[in-house]
Design a protein around this ligand. Structure first.
Ligand code: AHR
Length: 508
């Protein structure tokens, strides 16, 4: 058994836990919207047609912000098709996913759903097939006070009060040739600049996200970010990053180290943004909106052109196992480790489409394995992210070279005294003993800690999954952590994720 020695010190912090780190994503894709969040006629449907069983799981997941309506979909979306009386809305062909789009859910419906489940809506504008005018029309429709035509139309549709959407994405993955209206960096930078300028004329306080690269492997990665930010630096707050992970050619060791890729990705984007700041002589710090991330078995997807045109098709409904959940837990650790420069993140997507929540049309809704690390991290990461000092063995990976066997982050909430430690053992074969020195974690002395709970996600069968018939096959179970004076010890089985909670004083 390996050993991981971890020291926490309140002097070593990364930054505040940001609620928006626990964002998600609802795209008009596959069955995310239709038979996902929305299914009129379902026994659990509410008066608006939204599934209340799904809404309950979304609340339990702890999602804070939800990006909408795409994704690739947004780059050919006419938002006007999705407003007004449902019977009058046109059915369209969505070219992004070669799907029939009925427009029975649109902007007002999504905002109603978001407010109902208690999440913040985050919207994207179409800068693929459309441009500045349509973006400001949508912004006016959503956020302006009544008195002019677009907000008056919103009021006519039953929403007198503005939706007050604060965060807006300036398009989606515009560097990708698969995108409707794909652009070069220069073309995108120009339209993003003009759109951002116009949107700020409507509301200077918006938070705007410029498109970064679709992934770190894009041939224009780095250059794209530089060119876009050189033009848009003063007009935007965030630059997007997207990353999906899978065991490429069966390389599970590298897959378990996906957080290393995400770490390098964030560092590169931050360095590029700060380079632009340096050249401009600016102290402004652009932050990263990691607004698509997850495990996605892209090797199983044969491209948009292979899709048969249908309504709400079953698209990329990956079924996740224990290893996938451990990877998702480790990616959340990476996001928290970068809370100083990652302002928000959206796991993609929320329901059915590479998602923590799965549904059957007319049937049940259940938690995939990846639901659990997300829910527990969202629930317990509070206060300040600490920067632990970790000493452990390394694992050789073909994708990233040697990486730490054990990855750790911790949060401390000074208001409650709660300390939450999130840990992953990336080894597929070796357990590790975690030895955590909590003496200095919050500067309160060695006897001041009580173990509240240790939950672990692992299984002797790492390929185990949850299904509608057996929805709790994989759930977090109690771990063996114990505290002796200033030291916490716990066993970390191979391929495992952990949430260990302590508090100052006695358990409340
Ligand atoms: O989440 C699925 C797709 O992945 C999104 O539509 C797109 O933005 C990304 O390439």
């Amino acid at each position: 058994m390996g050993r991981a020695t971890v020291r926490l010190d309140p002097a070593f912090t990364v930054g505040p836990v940001r609620p928006r780190t626990f964002g998600s994503f609802v795209e008009h894709m596959g069955r995310c919207v239709y038979t996902g969040i929305y299914e009129p006629g379902h026994p659990e449907a509410d008066e608006l047609g939204f599934r209340s069983d799904v809404a309950a799981l979304v609340r339990e997941l702890g999602v804070t912000t939800v990006r909408y309506p795409g994704g690739n979909f947004v780059s050919n979306y006419r938002w006007e098709d999705g407003i007004g009386p449902k019977a009058d809305r046109p059915t369209q062909l969505d070219l992004a996913w070669r799907s029939v789009e009925t427009n029975q859910v649109g902007t007002d419906d999504f905002v109603d759903w978001a407010r109902g489940v208690g999440v913040e809506p985050m919207m994207a504008v179409n800068l693929g097939t459309r441009g500045v005018q349509e973006a400001i029309d949508l912004l006016l429709y959503c956020n302006a006070e009544t008195g002019t035509s677009w907000p008056d139309l919103r009021a006519k549709h039953g929403h007198h009060e503005p939706h007050d959407v604060r965060v807006w994405c300036l398009g989606n993955e515009m560097d990708g040739p698969w995108q409707m209206g794909h652009k070069t960096a220069e073309e995108y930078a120009r339209v993003a600049e003009e759109t951002a300028r116009a949107m700020r004329r409507v509301d200077p306080g918006l938070e705007l996200v410029a498109c970064g690269s679709s992934n770190r492997g894009m041939p224009t990665f780095g250059t794209w970010e530089r060119v876009v930010l050189e033009r848009c630096f003063d007009l935007v707050d965030h630059i997007s990053a997207h990353a999906y992970y899978e065991p490429v050619d069966g390389d599970v060791d590298s897959f378990l180290a996906s957080g290393e890729d995400m770490h390098r990705f964030i560092e590169s984007v931050v360095a590029t943004a700060d380079h632009v700041a340096a050249v401009k002589g600016s102290d402004k710090r652009i932050t990263v909106s990691f607004d698509e991330w997850n495990v996605w078995f892209q090797e199983r997807f044969h491209g948009e052109n292979s899709l048969e045109i249908r309504e709400a098709p079953e698209l990329i409904e990956d079924v996740y196992d224990v290893t996938d959940a451990v990877v998702v837990g480790s990616l959340l650790i990476t996001l928290l480790q970068h809370t100083d420069r990652v302002a928000m993140a959206c796991q993609a997507q929320l329901v059915n489409v590479i998602a923590p929540i799965a549904t059957r049309p007319g049937g049940g809704a259940w938690r995939q394995t990846i639901f659990h690390p997300f829910a527990l991290t969202a629930q317990h990461a509070r206060g300040t992210v600490l920067r632990p000092a970790v000493a452990c063995d390394t694992i050789d990976t073909s994708a990233y070279g040697p990486v730490d066997q054990v990855v750790v982050t911790a949060t401390h909430d000074p208001d409650t005294g709660d300390l939450a430690v999130f840990v992953v053992n990336r080894s597929r074969t070796e357990a590790a003993e975690l030895v955590l020195d909590v003496a200095d974690a919050v500067g309160a002395g060695p006897t001041a800690y009580t173990l509240v709970e240790h939950l672990a996600l692992h299984d002797d069968d790492t390929s185990a999954t949850n299904t509608e018939a057996n929805p709790d096959r994989v759930t977090p179970r109690p771990g063996d952590a114990s505290v002796d004076g200033p030291t916490l010890t716990a066993t970390l089985p191979p391929t495992s994720w952990h949430c260990i909670r302590l508090t100052e004083g006695t358990v409340r």
